[in-house]
Ligand binder design. Sequence first.
Ligand code: TYD
Ligand code: MG
Length: 460
Amino acid sequence: MSKTKTTFFCQNCGAQAAKWIGKCPSCNEWNTYVEEVLHKESKNDRLQLFSSNKNPKNTSNKSILLQEVGLQDFPRIAVPGKELTRVLGGGIVPGSLVLFGGEPGIGKSTLMLQLALRLKNLKILYVSGEESEQQIKMRAERIGVTTDSCFILQETNTQNIFQQISEIQPQLVILDSIQTLHTSYVDSSPGSVSQVRECAAEFLRFAKETNTPVFMIGHITKEGSLAGPKVLEHMVDTVLQFEGDRNHIYRLLRATKNRFGNTNEMGIYEMNGDGLREVNNPSEILITNRENATSGVAISATMEGNRPMLIETQALVSSAAYGTPQRSSTGFDLRRLSMLLAVLEKRCGFKLGIKDVFINIAGGIRVEDPGIDLALVCAILSSNEDLPIPQTICFAAEVGLTGEIRPVSRIEQRIMEAEKLGFEKILVSSFNLKGLNTKNFKIEVIAVSKMEEAFSVLFG
Ligand code: TYD
Ligand code: MG
């Protein structure tokens, strides 16, 4: 009889150790090591899992000249909807393993089911370890699309799933979710690091050997990283993140890793009563149409990937009610906000150290583009002075530590988007003017190099 073999795994990052350790040497988290039983069988058993599937590859590969590698055999699978297509880098790559993460209730299952329902000419297997067939049916009815090529399987054991796969021979597999699956070859409980990793590894082998794309839904921990092991992220080809504020209707789809495309791309969805709807014109939605200009509001021309987007930034500055002033920010990095406030205080002489400052990016969206800086700073000052910024002005520039206005990427696209939406003036950095013919635009491009110049343009 073989001895039971156990190993300790860090539940946070997936690192492995022979003994229990208090602090994980790889991710520095405390008390995350858990003993898990490994029940090993001979490797050959495992290889037969899906070898009944059509044309399994030979185990040994020959080397081949790069120029002789043909791509035409595997065209990407076109997916319905521009947003998902763009984020995936132009459709689903056959044999790719995609990890789709997001907080609970954000709409992961909805988006995947929608994908399954709308890919009508493809045989799809939707494996759910979380919901019953009836629940999925109810959701499908809510979405209101019918299809006759989507199979639903309520199962959590991977061996049974592979059996179904070899029966149905699906062209796309969706797993909801990887944390609920378990393989009989590992003895620890579902959701533990070794289970999640082993299940993912089985599907990775399946995807590569049969050239079937697999989507795995994964849960997110409260710190915001994909739950379970970080190793999952290394294993898969693409990591998609679904984010957004659950109290808002907008959801952002980002690729944080993509072996087949650009990771800067972003897709926007709107959660409605009948599922997720794509938002193709985000700028028009994210800006509130007010009758009168209010103080503390500034519009920024930002870029998300290759897409220009106009976003409303809001600031509220008030006298601190308690001794310690509060700084709070929704949708913008708090440390960067502190830096901008320090610049305003030190370089421009505004006494904000004794004020509460609240920042909000409209629509529950998170912005990482530094091109939003100038709009944010202007919104803060507008609120501080209680002077509204004219609604016809928008901004696209970064603010440096010395109070200088720095250039941003793809300025032309930003200006064109602002022009398209009817803005009359845009403030940019004067360093951005090189090679830019401002006469081409109807919108007035105002170049500034220092914060003081920007303020005098706005408030005289
Ligand atoms: P769900 O896809 O179950 O989230 P996840 O799989 O990420 O946990 O989505 C859950 C939320 O979406 C739920 O709170 C209800 C809402 N929802 C709608 O608003 N409209 C819809 O058509 C559907 C299907 C869900
Ligand atoms: Mg779900």
